[in-house]
Design a protein around this ligand. Sequence first.
Ligand SMILES: *Cc1c(COP(=O)(O)O)cnc(C)c1O
Length: 453
Amino acid sequence: MKKVTKIILQEKDMPTSWYNILPDLPEPLPPLLHPGTQEPTILPPPLFPASLNEQEFSKERYIEIPEEIQEMYKMYRPTPLIRAFRLEQFLGTPAKIFYKYEGVSAAGSHKLNTAIAQAYYNKKAGVKRLATETGAGQWGSALALGCQFFGLECKVYMVKVSYNQKPYRRIMMETWGATVIPSPSTETNIGRQILEKDPNSPGSLGIAISEAVEDAFGRDDTCYSLGSVLNHVILHQTVIGLETKKQLEVADVEADILVGCVGGGSNFGGMAVPFMPAKMKGKKMQIIAVEPTACPSMTKGPLAWDYGDVAGMAPIAKMFTLGHTFIPSPSHAGGLRYHGMSPLVSHLHKLGFIEARAVDQKSTFESAIKFARTEGIIPAPEPSHAIKVVIDEALKCKESGEKKTIVLALSGHGHFDLGSYEQFLAGKLEADTYSEEKVKQALAELPKVKYAG
Ligand SMILES: *Cc1c(COP(=O)(O)O)cnc(C)c1O
C-alpha cells in the first residue's frame, strides 16, 4: 500500500455543528461567581452579546455553525492531518505520529476559528466595535481579521513591551484594519493611573485586559472579546477535534495518545473535547495537556476559586490556578502565561479524563528544532511544549516496542517568533525560573469564597 502523508477532508466533510460537552459531563461544571456578590452569574452582559452568553452555558449537545461562518472556515479548513514520517524515522520509533496543523489559517494559528465566530455573533447583535487585549499579538491579529471579515472596528490593547519588541504582529493587525495601541495607554482611567505611577511601565496582559474591558464598558457600540479560557471559545475550537476524528477514521487508525499545549486551554480543549464521549465511556486513551514549568497551573496549582483577571473584576471561576496576582517569569511562549486554566479543562482534569505535564523552555526549543528539521514546519513556541511530550512518548514506544498512535495539536507556526529561535540557536535563551515563594504569596490572595453550591 502507498504511504499516505496528508489526510485531507473535502469541504463537504467539514463539521456543520460545534460539539458542546456541557450536557455530557458526568458532574456539572461549577458556575462562574460574581466578583462582588459571589453568587452564580453569567458573563457581564454589557461585555458580551446574549448569543455568546447562551453558548457559554448551553445544554445543547450540538450547536449549528452558521452558514456564513462555515463559508469563512472553508477559506482554510478543513486543516490537514499530517503523518510525521520523517520525525518518526529520525526518532527510530515504531509509533505513528500525526499532527493537526492549524497554522494554515491566515492568522497562523487556531485562534481564527473563534475570532471569526465571535465577530459574527457580535455583528448579528448590532455591535459596531470590539475591544481586546493581546500579548505577543496572536489573538489580536486573529480578531483583527475576524472583525475585518464582518466589517467591525477592532481596538487592540497590546502589552507595551511586545508592541515595541515585536512589531510584525502589530503591522499584521494594522494591515487588517485594527487600531493597535501600546498598553498601558492614556486612553483609559486604569492606563492613566498606571502611567502616572510609572511612566515607563512595560505593561502586562492583566493591565491590557483591564484597559480593553474599561473601553467596552464605556461605550454602547463596543463589546469585549476573549481569545481563550471561556466555554464558548473552546466550543468554537471543537472543529479541530471533530475534523481530526474523521481524519483518523479515514487513515484507519485510533488515537492512543492526544497531546496539546495549554495556555488558557482553547486549542487543547478544541482537540480533546470531541474525543471525550469515548474517553468518558472508558476508552483507553491518554489525553495530555502540556504547560510550561514557568507557569505550571495544572501541575503545581490547586483547584480553587479565583478571579479570571489580575484586577479581580472578572467573574470568579473554579480552576487550577497559581493565583490571579502571580506573574510568571518572561517566557517566550507568551501564549502560555495565564495564571489559571480554563474552568472546563480544569474540570476534565479533576474528573481524571486528562493528564497534565510541565516542560521547560530549553527542551521545548530542542524539540521544536527537531521538528523543524524533520517536518519542515517551524512551530510556534507554545505547541513546541506539546512536541516535547510527543517526542518523549514516541521514544517510550521505541523502548517498549509499542506501536501507539500519537496525535499532536499543532496550534500555529512560529514565523513571528524567530527572535526567540535566534536566541536559542545562539545559546542565549535564559533558563526558566519558577518561584515557589511567589506562588505561595499569590495563593494567599485567592478570594475567600463561601459559595458551596
Ligand atoms: C494563543 C496560543 C496558544 C495558547 O492558547 P490556548 O487557548 O491554550 O490554545 C497556543 N498556541 C498558539 C499558536 C497560540 O497562538
